[in-house]
Design a protein around this ligand. Structure first.
Ligand code: BGC
Length: 360
């Protein structure tokens, strides 16, 4: 587990990088608002709490095969144990990307009488149903990674529910992707000299707010910076490497050298895109640019090597720790803010090694 060391190491990246999650204005849970505070508060809570040893936590993950959620769930489990939960009392289940399967798993956790649930919904649109099931059983609930919509979140407050969301603002990750490209300057990017940035977009699951906002805000950052853009192709790769590899191979066959930038909503898909870029005889940094999100170790290695232009660190460490802290607060009868947000970090060749060191 990386916990304290990782946060401190990440804190050392640069002064401008805020890492950690913070509650909103009426902070009652994780009030870490700076790297230093995040590191200090994590250090302060490292002592295990014996009262948690007999508490049960049910964790629902939308799909175990997702690379990012695998990092997230492994870190979540280690951190829960470090905080005092017994390993056998932490049950983590695979929703297999099927809402009906996940809903059954939630029902089983209710029957088992878990003390708290942490849920990464298969479909965010099922959140209202999930919230009703879990809260009617008197069990507090922490949503992670896939944010329910504004109507759903606002009723947690109105109805005074023990429910909260821990995650990052997808708009920020999209903006960072666009800025990484914008910072290269039009001369470097516009290789076909049509005065525009010609790009291909590979989207995650379309129901997911992360996919929607990353798609929108990466392009918005370019137009905000004054560039003209031209979308050559926009396809759904469902967060998966193989699907993205096929889609990008097709785009490169169809549009050839006109493809100047490939935006992928996550790194798994960027790694797939890179396979096809290489197979097509193209070279990232020379005749094409490629960005992802997550900062998976493989992607960071590529950024360091120059075979990926950049990525955005989706801080699974801060997010999983904050989700666990929120769950512990609920178990201890305390409240949480309804929204606990974490910062993304822009990653280019300049800081990729530091980020890699911090997640290792
Ligand atoms: C990550 C993706 C992941 C998705 C799962 C996103 O925040 O960037 O890699 O597949 O969450 O919901």
């Amino acid at each position: 587990m990386k916990k304290v060391f990782s946060l401190i190491a990440t804190a050392a990246l640069t002064a401008s990088m805020l890492v950690g999650c913070s509650s909103g204005s009426t902070a009652t849970a994780t009030a870490a608002t700076s790297t230093a505070a995040a590191a200090a508060s994590t250090a302060a809570t490292t002592a295990t709490n014996s009262d948690l040893a007999d508490k049960k936590v049910g964790v629902c993950i939308y799909q175990f095969s997702d690379n990012f959620m695998t990092l997230f769930r492994n870190e979540l489990k280690s951190y829960l144990v470090s905080q005092g939960f017994t390993e056998s009392n932490i049950e983590i289940v695979d929703g297999a990307n099927d809402q009906a399967t996940q809903t059954n798993q939630i029902q089983n956790f209710i029957t088992e009488g878990v003390d708290v649930m942490i849920v990464n919904p298969v479909n965010s649109s099922s959140a209202a149903t999930i919230t009703d099931m879990v809260t009617e059983a008197g069990i507090p609930l922490v949503y992670i990674n896939r944010e329910p919509d504004a109507d759903e979140e606002s009723r947690w407050k109105t109805d005074n529910m023990s429910v909260c969301y821990v995650g990052a603002d997808a708009k920020q990750s999209g903006t960072f992707q666009g800025e990484i490209i914008a910072d290269l300057g039009l001369d470097a990017i516009d290789m076909n000299k049509n005065g525009k940035i010609d790009y291909v977009m590979i989207e995650g699951d379309p129901e997911n707010i992360d996919a929607q906002y990353r798609t929108e805000y990466s392009v918005k950052a370019l137009t905000d910076a004054g560039f003209e853009v031209n979308c050559l192709d926009d396809q759904v790769g469902n967060w998966q490497q193989e699907q993205a590899a096929t889609l990008v191979a097709n785009s490169l066959t169809q549009y050839g050298n006109d493809v100047e930038v490939v935006f992928c909503n996550n790194d798994a898909m960027a790694l797939g895109a890179l396979q096809s870029i290489t197979s097509a005889g193209r070279t990232v940094g020379k005749d094409i640019y490629l960005v992802g999100v997550d900062a998976l170790s493989d992607a960071l290695e590529d950024v360091i090597a120059g075979t990926m232009t950049g990525t955005v660190f989706n801080d699974h460490i801060a997010q999983s720790h904050s989700a666990a802290d929120a769950a512990i607060n609920f178990v201890e009868g305390k409240t949480n803010d309804y929204y606990i947000g974490c910062d993304y970090v822009k990653v280019t060749k300049d800081n990729a090694q530091s980020v890699l060191d911090s997640v290792k």
